[in-house]
Write a protein that binds this ligand. Structure first.
Ligand code: KG4
Ligand code: ZN
Length: 349
């Protein structure tokens, strides 16, 4: 039998625990979402930490029950140690370290973004490498070159807002609830994506970086201008046009990265925004035209979950990369910590 990893993830407002065997067999995947933040229009860090504290023992027990195992059957305990909200991270991290100590089993700290990437390998363990991976979450937007499991290069990243952050901010301007991404996608489904010509930030010739703050401002300006002119605003058209502008840039740059990097055999898209159907469809079409297979995990593995953390921990486990029990939470853990090679390596600007 392959090793069984118990993982927890508490970097933001989801309290999650999972049991994964051999890196791919998801025996339990429990996510408790904290709906309390909706009324505030965003995550309140203090409340998130307190809720994690209440939820974590329950969620872990539920994961063990669903997997039909006891703690004695666990070979290693993993947890996200950053980036994220410090108080939130500390709950899951401390809980996992204490468990590992009590069980006398190895502890594995996981970078949240590497967790997102490994959602791809959780679902598609034989995903052909090298791959170009688009990471699109609420906190990050980046393109990575995955040469092998141990070697990652950063090819581009956002210079301001992350894609998910732009979705959330525009959703709020459109009067939608939090989190904005899924609600905006629903509204966009009834609109015309070509109705408003919002700008696409391609940046300098050849750049694989992103910028979404200009687009967000363009949407806010458009809404204000139409309101002042007394014209009726078709919110579904605005949502669809905004979504299309984001999708065009994400897909365009992913394909550009795939053409530039050596020997690319597949594309991967991960993170909360990768659950967006318009992005999934557009990336699939563009990948087919480029002659590359594209892999996008199911929605439940795109948004925050602990199964992806367990999968990332599996590969660290195989390499014997265990963490010390004094590993601290790192709220601003940089993106480059998720790459083992210099970001200015062979694929740098
Ligand atoms: O990966 P994730 O669950 O958490 C972070 O690590 O940030 O991503 C959350 C982000 C939020 O900004 C949310 O609005 C966005 O992903 N998101 C979406 C969709 N579902 C979640 N954005 C666009 N369309 C969606 N369907
Ligand atoms: Zn995330």
């Amino acid at each position: 039998m392959s090793e069984v990893i118990l993982a927890v993830e508490t970097s933001c407002d989801e309290t999650a625990a999972a049991v994964v065997e051999g890196g791919t067999k998801v025996r339990a995947n429990i996510v408790a979402s904290q709906s309390i933040h909706r009324r505030f229009g965003g995550v309140v860090p203090e409340i998130a930490s307190r809720r994690h504290l209440e939820n974590i023992p329950v969620v872990v027990q539920e994961a063990l029950d669903q997997a039909a195992i006891s703690l004695a059957d666990v070979h290693a305990v993993a947890a996200t140690y950053g980036p994220g909200l410090v108080g939130a991270l500390l709950v899951g991290l401390s809980y996992a370290k204490a468990l590992a100590y009590a069980l006398e089993k190895p502890f594995i700290g996981v970078h949240h973004l590497i967790g997102h990437i490994y959602a791809g390998f959780l679902e598609y363990p034989d995903l052909p490498l090298p791959a170009v991976c688009l990471v699109v979450s609420g906190g990050h937007t980046a393109l990575l070159y995955l040469e092998s499991h141990g070697r990652r290069y950063l090819m581009g990243a956002t210079r301001d807002d992350a894609a998910g952050e732009a979705f959330d901010k525009v959703a709020r301007a459109l009067g939608l609830g939090y989190p904005g991404g899924p609600e905006l996608e629903r509204l966009a489904g009834r609109g015309n994506p070509a109705a408003v010509p919002f700008p696409r930030a391609w940046l300098e010739e050849g750049s694989l970086d992103f910028s979404f703050s200009g687009l967000k401002t363009a949407v806010l300006n458009y809404l204000r201008q139409e309101q002042q002119a007394g014209r009726e605003i078709n919110l579904a058209d605005v949502a669809a046009s905004f979504q299309q502008a984001v999708v065009d840039v994400l897909v365009g740059k992913t394909i550009k990265a795939a053409k530039r990097a050596p020997a690319v055999r597949s594309l991967l898209a991960v993170g909360g925004v990768a659950s967006n159907e318009a992005l999934r469809r557009a990336l699939s079409v563009a990948a087919r035209e480029a002659g590359l297979p594209v892999f996008i995990p199911r929605r439940a593995f795109c948004t925050d979950n602990a199964a992806m953390i367990a999968c990332a921990a599996h590969y660290q486990y195989l390499r014997g990369e265990f963490s010390s029990l004094d590993l601290d939470a790192v709220p601003h853990l940089p993106l480059v910590e998720s790459v083992v090679e210099s970001p200015m390596g062979p694929l740098g600007p």
